[in-house]
Design a protein around this ligand. Structure first.
Ligand SMILES: [Zn+2]
Length: 141
């Protein structure tokens, strides 16, 4: 009885974590959609299956949650106070993976824009960044 309650609580927490983790990506996707850009989600054949890919432009937008990707110098990132060794090792792995995948994508000819969760609140600035990176809307791209 106690165990099943525990596992229920655990899965409730896990689902909240997953939602919190994917939300920044959804924010950018719906903004891009509203701006009229067309893109692919988690495209196969590109290193790391990036969040958002523009195959004809050969461009990738990746959205990093400040917690899971341990955003350096970020005012919203806090190192967890318990199990610190575990988290430090995990963040180090995540960061290494981010660097490796971005290098692989660039080596394969993809241009990469990384957006951080904490940068998404300023919508006008975000729109400027996306347009600068992607270039103008065109029907054939
Ligand atoms: Zn941040």
């Amino acid at each position: 009885m106690v165990d099943s309650l525990r596992s229920e609580q655990r899965s409730a927490v896990m689902s909240r974590i997953r939602r919190a983790d994917t939300k920044p990506e959804l924010t950018v996707r719906s903004l891009l959609h509203a701006m009229g850009y067309r893109f692919r989600v988690q495209m196969k054949g590109v290193p790391g299956r990036p969040d958002i890919a523009f195959p004809r432009r050969r461009k990738i937008v990746q959205v990093h949650g400040c917690f899971w990707h341990a955003h350096e110098g970020c005012s919203t990132f806090r190192m967890p106070k318990s199990r610190t060794d575990f988290w430090e090792a995990k963040f180090a792995r995540n960061k290494k993976r981010d660097v490796r995948l971005e290098k692989a994508a660039r080596a394969a000819g993809w241009d990469v824009l990384t957006l951080w969760e904490c940068e998404l609140h300023d919508e006008p600035l975000l729109i400027d960044k996306l347009v600068d990176f992607l270039g103008p809307l065109r029907a054939d791209l």
